[in-house]
Design a protein around this ligand. Sequence first.
Ligand SMILES: Nc1nc2c(c(=O)[nH]1)N[C@H]1C(S)=C(S)[C@@H](COP(=O)(O)O)O[C@H]1N2
Ligand SMILES: [Mo]
Length: 180
Amino acid sequence: MLMDNSMPASAAMLDKPLGPPAAARTSREVVVSGLVDRRHSFDLAALMRLPTQLTGPLDVVCLSGRPVRSVGEYKGVRLTALLDLARLRLPHARDFARAYVLAQGADGYTVMFSWHELYNTPVGVGALVVYERDGQPLADDDGGIGLLSTCDLRVALRQVRALTRLTVHLAPATTSAGLE
Ligand SMILES: Nc1nc2c(c(=O)[nH]1)N[C@H]1C(S)=C(S)[C@@H](COP(=O)(O)O)O[C@H]1N2
Ligand SMILES: [Mo]
């Protein structure tokens, strides 16, 4: 496989649970905040009202190559559908180029998506907030609500179990005069 010989040392660490066991945590709603017009909260019912996306068969594999699980399909909604409803509020139109979203689980596990990745690459089409796996609601000990990035080469890493927060940020622009 592509990355087997070039695996960063940190990849092995990702196979060990960090902090409190994630399985003990669950999410019942996802709050979208940061650079948005209005802080928005999506519970299961609100997610179910958005257009449904199905993943199709998926092998969830960690960066080390460790298989986590093979799934027939997940059901959920596009991450961008939530962002569109909350409406990004950026100082200038060109600031989209340095905007990014942090997605956080109940245990603090955090992953990042750039605005460009979400709105200008296939990754955005495959970035889903999920609530059902193989026809069953995600159980409490499976996180309740989760996040998946189905276009990633190794899907397990940006799978956030018990997704609770999406926050929109702006990376600083560096100029010759320093940070803007
Ligand atoms: N909330 C949360 N999600 C997480 C992690 C975590 O520690 N906390 N670990 C990631 C890693 S490195 C892997 S391999 C998978 C493991 O999937 P599982 O917890 O569903 O078995 O979850 C990912 N998502
Ligand atoms: Mo992992």
